[in-house]
Design a protein around this ligand. Structure first.
Ligand SMILES: C[S@@+](CC[C@H](N)C(=O)[O-])C[C@H]1O[C@@H](n2cnc3c(N)ncnc32)[C@H](O)[C@@H]1O
Length: 145
């Protein structure tokens, strides 16, 4: 399998997908009842936008970079708030240097009672994902097709 998401993380389609994901998680939180997010194609969970891969395509500049500091009207800001909060929490030192993948966005928005199963087929990516969530009892990383 040749596909590596590090070349594409934070691009336009990632942003659209992750905004929808964040709205779905927020919707599930309307009830106190616990839920489990099953991310079947999880990736590595956290992407360095200064990496060789991200710099090579520059795709994130047409995606999250355009949205990160954009002036939004109130309805758009409210809709995007959970997603942008997840991105900002990864960039607490200022600027836009890192981008969260779907498992990290879901995890950021989950409550104490919720759980995440993150599945990744690529051996090295699964290892990175496991390291990212090491010690997190709410998250289970599975190397699996
Ligand atoms: C588009 S990328 C991950 C994106 C991630 N969901 C996100 O939004 O941040 C797709 C990932 O799925 C993995 N993958 C591809 N086929 C798979 C399969 N059959 N089972 C599990 N993971 C798979 C790839 O290795 C890759 O890391």
């Amino acid at each position: 399998m040749n596909y590596r998401h590090a070349y594409h993380a934070g691009n336009f389609s990632d942003v659209v997908k992750h905004v929808v994901l964040s709205r779905l998680v927020e919707y599930l939180k309307q009830k106190d009842k616990a839920f489990r997010v099953i991310d079947t194609h999880a990736g590595i969970g956290r992407y360095d936008l200064s990496s060789t891969e991200a710099q090579k395509t520059g795709e994130w500049q047409g995606g999250i970079s355009r949205l990160f500091d954009a002036a939004l009207d109130a309805p758009a800001a409210a809709l995007l708030a959970p997603y942008l909060e997840a991105v900002r929490s990864l960039n607490s030192e200022g600027g836009l240097k890192k981008y969260p993948g779907s498992p990290l966005i879901a995890r950021h928005l989950m409550r104490k009672q919720d759980r995440l199963s993150a599945i990744e087929l690529h051996r090295q990516d699964a290892a990175k994902l496991r390291a990212l969530f090491a010690g997190d009892f709410q998250t289970r990383v599975i190397e699996l097709d």
